[in-house]
Design a binder for this molecule. Structure first.
Ligand code: SF4
Ligand code: SF4
Length: 410
């Protein structure tokens, strides 16, 4: 047994053993499970589409006294909810903006949050008392801006297939999901997900520090729809401290969604912690549901998604034939595909869509296939991953460095 204070003291003196979740799993896979004395902290992380993300911000609209109350407000066309404070005659408006709110089919709240963090200009349009007020703002103009997640880091998600005959357009697909169980879409970072490594939320409690989109924030508690079997968390952090590469927008077949990332350090205090941190992808069930009724009818495991598969896309620009409108660029849900067979790595989340939309094999990635537990013959190819394990791993590494440098305190 160790105490938190002992770990804090070891961190302060530079003697703490801080491992990433990847190092922990490597030891476990070798059959060499560490003792409590060997490791003090394990860093965990998750990156992907998380719908329950919203921002609360104070936005300057016009001079004080210019209007009584704002009736409607948009930011880059993304509809926001003014209030709850009426802010009478202040000229500034408190707003809530959903990460899934849409300005268009290809731009929504997630894109807006990243544009603000990236220092881009944002257009504000407010309607008040029958008049229109317009302003242009940057993130530094916001007196307050904070991201809240209502349900993030789900311990495990559900994979979807389409057992019908007609292609289905949903938030769980980018291209219409082909029927006859010919393709699968998946979410979740498996064995390195924070909640998967602390499933009863023994360490992840209200007030626990974390990285939310790269900013130091804290856990607020369990999120909505959290159950003992499939827990998730609610969290918050300051928008201005976030890193654009750790967040953003993602366009599904049903419109804009929000990319969010979380990283949490888990202390190793007891042998029970070691047992929990030893979970591996093959032990984590991935329920499989039909997209048409969303009722799980089978299960696979996260080993199908993240073991012996590629975490990033390989690009062979020499295969690009400049075939008119680039179908890969048009379909890419993060606008990471560049003309001429290239990828903007800072935006790519390794979802796999370009692999299936470029007809000339410029993009390749083995995204795996689901092996359903009750049908050993069926292997359903994964055509879309809405989580990015490679970025989640980078977050685990980043958090480890911050802990070791004393920039992130337990
Ligand atoms: S679809 Fe493929 S081959 Fe055609 S322009 Fe795009 S990257 Fe090049
Ligand atoms: S894998 Fe391809 S389609 Fe998906 S985000 Fe990256 S570049 Fe875009």
């Amino acid at each position: 047994m160790k105490t938190m204070q002992e770990i804090r003291d070891r961190l302060a003196s530079g003697e703490a053993a801080v491992w990433t979740a990847m190092e922990m799993k490597e030891r476990v896979r070798k059959g060499d499970i560490p003792t409590v004395d060997e490791v003090d902290v394990v860093t965990t992380g998750s990156f992907g589409v998380m719908s329950g993300t919203a921002a609360v911000m104070t936005v300057p609209v016009a001079a004080p006294g210019a209007f009584l109350r704002a009736d409607t407000v948009t930011l880059n066309g993304v509809p926001a909810f003014p209030g709850p404070c009426p802010n009478e005659r202040l000229g500034t408006v408190d707003l809530m903006v959903y990460g899934t709110a849409a300005a268009s089919e290809i731009y929504g709240g997630g894109h807006l949050f990243r544009d603000l963090v990236d220092g881009k200009e944002v257009d504000v349009v407010a309607e008040a008392g029958g008049k229109t007020f317009e302003n242009t703002i940057y993130i530094e103009d916001l007196p307050a801006a904070r991201i809240f997640t209502t349900r993030s880091c789900f311990r495990n998600y559900t994979a979807f297939v389409n057992r019908g005959s007609d292609p289905a357009r949903t938030i769980f697909s980018v291209l219409p999901l082909e029927g006859h169980m010919s393709a699968a879409t998946v979410s979740g970072c498996g064995e390195i997900n924070p909640v998967e490594n602390d499933p009863a939320l023994g360490h992840i409690r209200p007030g626990t520090p974390l990285l939310l989109n790269g900013a130091i924030g804290m856990v607020m508690g369990e999120g909505t729809r959290s159950t003992p079997e499939r827990r998730n968390i609610a969290a918050c952090a300051e928008l201005s401290a976030m890193d654009g590469d750790c967040m953003g927008g993602f366009v599904t077949a049903h419109g804009p969604e929000c990319l969010t990332s979380v990283a949490i350090p888990l202390p190793v205090l007891s042998a029970d912690d070691i047992i929990r941190l030893s979970v591996t992808d093959d032990q984590i069930s991935l329920p499989v549901a039909d997209i048409n009724d969303r009722v799980p009818f089978s299960a696979a495991s996260y080993a199908d998604v993240w073991q012996q598969t590629d975490f990033t896309v390989q690009v062979d620009p020499l295969r690009c034939l400049f075939c008119g409108p680039c179908t890969a660029a048009e379909a890419c849900p993060t606008k990471a595909v560049m003309m001429g067979g290239g990828i903007m790595r800072s935006r790519c989340v390794a979802c796999g869509t370009c692999v299936h939309t470029c007809p000339n094999g410029v993009y390749t990635m083995d995204a795996g296939a689901l092996h359903l537990q009750d049908d050993s013959e069926a292997a359903v190819p994964i055509v879309l991953r809405q989580s990015d394990r490679s970025r989640a791993e980078a977050l685990c590494e980043h958090l480890r460095v911050q802990l070791q440098r004393g920039e992130f305190l337990l």
